[in-house]
Design a protein around this ligand. Structure first.
Ligand code: FNR
Length: 193
């Protein structure tokens, strides 16, 4: 069976982040084809184009880890109806220097989670907008605006409690496995022999 390395990028730095817990739960019950690991973004200095010639070590580490992946899963909160600055910064860091974006052609899916009822829709779609611009094939369905997620959604080990939310995250992981496989198989079939 083919296994795909998935970089999970979480848009919250908070210690008890519900989004990180969703990401870790997803990793723990990931589709058997997916080998998931969170790629940290909290240490990335604010992107400055002047640094393209001489990038900080944190940028190099981040770009290498994303480039080594077969797919990317963004899991993010919504801040003020938009994408948190830390995540946008990481997306910008990965996109440069010009022509060397690590996001190019990387299959992706976007999950947003919030205690609110809209489930981070605004942030989710801002990430999607950037991902489309960056030429990432982004999974369309199931859409993943996870609303009403809070500390009570998780067991004491930090994993999702049994219930509809866990079922949805499980189905997301299966759909993402299919998506990543589809993109990589199509590329393999289309590659010149
Ligand atoms: C929020 N929160 C929030 N929630 C939401 O659904 N829509 C929003 O626009 C915002 N805006 C917002 C701004 C800022 C600055 C903060 C700190 C929070 C609430 C947010 O969803 C909640 O704090 C989550 O728990 C954040 O996700 P993590 O850190 O738990 O993953």
């Amino acid at each position: 069976m083919v296994r795909y390395k998935i970089a999970i990028v979480v848009g919250s730095l908070r210690k008890d982040s519900i989004n990180r817990k969703v990401a870790l739960s997803l990793c723990a019950m990931a589709d058997e084809r997916l080998d998931c690991a969170i790629v940290p973004i909290g240490d990335l200095p604010l992107y400055n184009q002047d640094s393209d010639a001489n990038p900080p070590a944190q940028y190099t580490r981040f770009r290498k880890e994303i480039a080594a992946a077969d797919g990317v899963l963004f899991v993010t909160p919504e801040y003020n109806r938009g994408v948190p600055g830390v995540l946008k910064n990481a997306i910008d860091v990965g996109s440069r220097p010009y022509g060397k974006s690590v996001w190019n052609q990387m299959p992706a899916a976007i999950v947003s989670a919030s205690p609110g009822s809209i489930g981070g829709f605004g942030a989710n779609h801002q990430v999607r907008q950037a991902a489309v611009f960056l030429n990432m094939p982004v999974m369309q369905h199931p859409e993943a605006y996870l609303g009403h997620v809070n500390d009570d959604s998780f067991n004491t080990d930090g994993k999702l409690k049994d219930g509809p939310l866990k079922d949805l995250v499980l189905s997301l992981s299966k759909a993402f496995g299919d998506w990543v496989h589809l993109i990589h198989e199509s590329r393999r079939l289309l590659a010149p022999q």
